[in-house]
Design a protein around this ligand. Structure first.
Ligand SMILES: [Zn+2]
Length: 352
């Protein structure tokens, strides 16, 4: 009988699921809208529906689930998460194990992404720091296959490391977090603020040597005409040499480099992986951050560390969930070879 390893990613907008078989082949990829406003029971019923689809080839061998926010040791969701009404307190791990009739593990979504990237590099990395640049900035750390969880799986929330005290306000309620400068939405908002001559709260992150009039910038003209911008548009303009895009990119680089340096001082990773949707349009960030780090942290912390792009691209959280779930029932060697095979087999699926 074949083995089927399911991975589920719970987001505020959508519920995503995949099933990998023993050869690492992607056998099912499914998605549902998250009925976040309808509350907990509606979301649980959508998850149950997703699990039925994921089980359509046969009984699942394992289920790994990534969830935003905190998860306690009994696999109960804690704190604010995904803007789903009544979500905190949900015994999600137990509910899912019952739905799937298989061993189930629930962890923070960025920790699952870190696990995917570590499992794809198990031969070369023993300490991996993952930084995911998306709607927010998530982080995770894996040492020799073990996720560093901290209290309620909230360790390594590197997006909320303060890179500019008193700077731009962050969605978390604090000012100056890395997320307020380098998440996808923040990159777009900073571009608009700068084009309109507003105070963007850059402080010491302000780059030198780029004229603030952004002469000839198509991006600035669009913002002045009332367009709302996102990171995708900023980086499309960046590749055309747009001056405003270059300025905003320099801000994001400086913010990320400070956060990465803090990660190096605290955790001593041998590999920093940048992932999430933003990195797809801005692969140069890896080499830029690598170049900035030496000015920000002592030499022994950075000299053996390389900065790389996520191999599982923006699906690291989903694949990480499947692989971490597989680790419940398979050996570490089997899981890391499953990761390698999944990468070989899924290059087309990863780009969707
Ligand atoms: Zn924050």
């Amino acid at each position: 009988m074949d083995r089927y390893y399911a991975g589920i990613d719970i987001g505020g907008q959508s519920l995503k699921g995949i099933v990998l078989d023993r050869t690492g082949k992607l056998r099912i990829e499914a998605v549902r809208k998250t009925p976040a406003r309808e509350g907990r029971d509606a979301v649980l019923s959508s998850i149950a529906d997703l699990v039925i689809e994921l089980s359509s080839l046969g009984p699942l061998s394992s289920v790994g689930v990534g969830s935003p926010g905190g998860v306690d040791r009994a696999a109960v969701v804690v704190g604010m998460a995904a803007n789903i009404a009544g979500w905190a307190g949900t015994a999600l791990g137990k509910a899912l194990a019952e739905m799937a009739g298989a061993p189930c593990v629930l962890r923070n979504d960025a920790n699952m992404a870190a696990y995917a990237e570590w499992s794809a590099r198990a031969a070369t990395s023993s300490a991996l720091l993952f930084i995911g640049l998306g709607t927010g900035i998530g982080g995770g750390f894996v040492e020799d296959g073990r996720i560093l969880g901290g209290c309620n799986d909230r360790a390594v929330e590197i997006g909320h490391f303060i890179v500019e005290p008193g700077g731009r306000s962050c969605a978390c309620g604090v000012a100056g977090c890395a997320e307020a400068y380098a998440s996808g939405p923040s990159i777009g908002r900073i571009a608009v603020d700068l084009a309109l001559g507003r105070d963007a709260g850059l402080g010491s992150l302000e780059p030198e040597g780029i004229d603030r009039s952004f002469k000839g910038s198509v991006l600035a003209a669009r913002a002045r005409a009332g367009a709302r911008l996102n990171a995708f548009e900023v980086y499309a303009a960046y590749t055309e040499g747009d001056l405003l895009a270059r300025f905003v990119d320099a801000v994001a680089q400086a913010a990320l480099a400070r956060a990465a340096a803090a990660g190096l001082a605290l955790l001593a990773p041998d590999t920093i992986v940048l992932g999430g949707g933003v990195i797809e349009g801005a692969p140069h960030l890896c080499s830029s951050i690598q170049a900035l780090i030496p000015k920000l942290v002592y030499r022994d912390a950075w000299k053996d560390c390389r900065v790389e792009k996520a191999r599982f691209l923006h699906k690291a959280g989903l694949y990480g969930a499947a692989l971490y779930g597989a680790a419940l029932v398979e050996s570490r060697e089997e899981v890391t070879s499953l990761a390698a095979r999944a990468l070989e087999q899924s290059s087309a699926a990863l780009r969707r």
